[in-house]
Design a protein around this ligand. Structure first.
Ligand code: SF4
Ligand code: SF4
Length: 61
């Protein structure tokens, strides 16, 4: 399974990852994006490519 990880120290809360993800892997919790449904990830890399802060990385298992 693939796990996308957000580095919260880099994240500026622009929410583009939340908007771009076709599988709604990210949801906002207390206004910050959290990858709550990582099992739904189809590995499209859209979130990684759109993040302006390079805050999203992939952890493979
Ligand atoms: S796209 Fe990047 S900077 Fe923007 S909310 Fe998502 S992780 Fe944070
Ligand atoms: S790689 Fe694609 S499906 Fe997976 S979390 Fe990012 S945007 Fe969503």
């Amino acid at each position: 399974m693939r796990n996308v990880k957000i580095d919260m120290e880099k994240c500026t809360n622009c929410r583009e990852c939340v908007e771009v993800c076709p599988e709604e892997v990210f949801q906002l919790m207390n206004g910050m994006p959290v990858h709550v449904h990582k099992e739904k990830c189809i590995e499209c890399d859209l979130c990684i490519n759109i993040c302006p802060e390079d805050a999203i990385s992939v952890v493979t298992h």
